[in-house]
Design a protein around this ligand. Structure first.
Ligand code: NAP
Length: 368
């Protein structure tokens, strides 16, 4: 008999990527989906070419309790409230979630099966039923370099991120394009003037960038033609919560004891849906580069080594090349001047696929 699966948050950004991937994987032939909404109960379910009842109320405890698995991409407030309500009501089904709300609880596991299948297996055997997707930057980092941790070669990691607008939300993505549009309109006349210099253009652009008419309602500041070196709220030691997640989530995903330091600076840039990271790794010993590349290449079927050449890097190691794919390219791999134990590399990944929806999809497949 098919399992009943409640799907909450399916029309959001992560949820719609998840539903697309579920269709591609033909998962809807193996489950009885119950599409839920926090705002549109009773409206028609999405058109998937199958017979579906109208949308259920995502706040109805008995609806959720009547399923075998809940998949939520709705957001942290929803998860905090409804997870507690259904568990209090005795629900023992699996709860799969994209939000961070339940991630660091002792009784949940962060899912990233190409990297931590043994941790997931142990958790399931121990009765864990809350399966939470990791922070997008963390999941993408571990899809890239998880193999080095598995070899126990890593003493510490410092990652400097270049994070896409999609990680901030749908409104922020739209606003980034609105900002580009505003800037391009402001510069159009100067750009067409053959006598105008590059500095004339820059002055026109900077005036528009700082002007009152620049749309910044969602992002708070100009992101187009700029960048924002602060993501989420501040926490202790001058770090941001996004940077804190790098350490705590990496270590939880890998089941590290003792913990391995992971730290850096997280920066929002004007790419649309790919996060990139420049990573410095202090190795425990001097491992030859060909061995490192071999381990990275073997670590997951999606991790791809990009040769450290100008042509390959600019063709394959950019958000433009990776967006919308499951590939996790790792390139610029070389030893740094600090010494043979210092490894530098660069990686890019689609933050809505491996960064969000894909681990949830695969957890659902695994549980089914
Ligand atoms: P989102 O796009 O804002 O969608 C969340 C919900 O907003 C939808 O399910 C929908 O719920 C409601 N909504 C209201 N107006 C809408 C509209 N015009 N179009 C679509 N939905 C609308 O949220 P998200 O970015 O997917 O994030 C969901 C969760 O995943 C969050 O907890 C987030 O932190 C986490 N996450 C996000 C990312 C990311 O890259 N964005 C990555 C990893 C994890 P109803 O249908 O019930 O009204």
């Amino acid at each position: 008999m098919n399992k009943r699966v409640a799907i909450v948050g399916w029309r959001g950004m992560v949820g719609s990527v998840l539903v697309d991937r579920m269709r591609e994987e033909q998962l809807f032939s193996h489950i009885d989906p119950v599409f839920c909404s926090t705002s549109q109960a009773g409206a028609p379910a999405p058109d998937l070419g199958i017979d579906l009842p109208p949308l259920a109320d995502a706040y109805d405890v008995s609806t959720l309790c009547d399923t075998d698995i809940v998949v939520s991409c709705q957001g942290g407030d929803y998860s905090t409230r409804m997870h507690e309500e259904v568990r209090k009501a005795g629900y023992r089904g699996a709860w799969i979630d994209a939000a961070s709300a339940l991630r660091m609880r002792n009784d949940s596991v962060i899912v990233l099966d190409p990297v931590n299948q043994p941790v997931m297996d142990r958790a399931r055997a121990a009765g864990v039923v809350d399966y939470i997707g990791g922070n997008c930057t963390v999941s993408l980092l571990l899809m890239a370099i998880g193999g080095l941790f598995r070899q126990q070669w890593v003493e510490w990691v410092s990652t400097m991120t270049y994070q896409a607008a999609s990680g901030a939300g749908a409104r922020q993505m739209r606003e980034l394009i609105a900002q580009m549009d505003h800037l391009s309109a402001a510069c159009r006349a100067t750009l067409k003037d053959p006598g105008a210099s590059a500095l004339d253009l820059e002055r026109t652009l900077s005036a528009a960038l700082r002007g009152e008419a620049m749309p910044t309602e969602a992002l708070g500041h100009p992101l187009a033609a700029s960048l924002l070196p602060w993501i989420d709220r501040g926490v202790e030691h001058g770090a941001t919560r996004e940077e804190w997640k790098g350490h705590v989530e990496c270590n939880k995903i890998l089941g590290n004891d003792p913990e391995i330091p992971v730290d850096g600076i997280c920066v929002r840039v004007g790419s649309m849906r790919c996060h990139a990271q420049a990573v410095t790794i202090k190795l425990r010993q001097d491992v030859p580069l060909d061995e490192i590349e071999h381990v990275l290449h073997e670590s997951t079927p999606w991790t791809r080594i990009v040769p450290n050449t100008r042509e390959a890097t600019l063709e394959k190691l950019t958000p433009a090349a990776v967006s919308g794919t499951l590939d996790i390219p790792v390139g610029r791999i070389h030893k740094l001047r600090m010494g043979p134990e210092y490894l530098g590399l660069f990686t890019v990944g689609d933050q809505l696929l491996w960064g969000a929806a894909e681990p949830l999809l695969r957890t659902l497949q695994w549980l089914l």
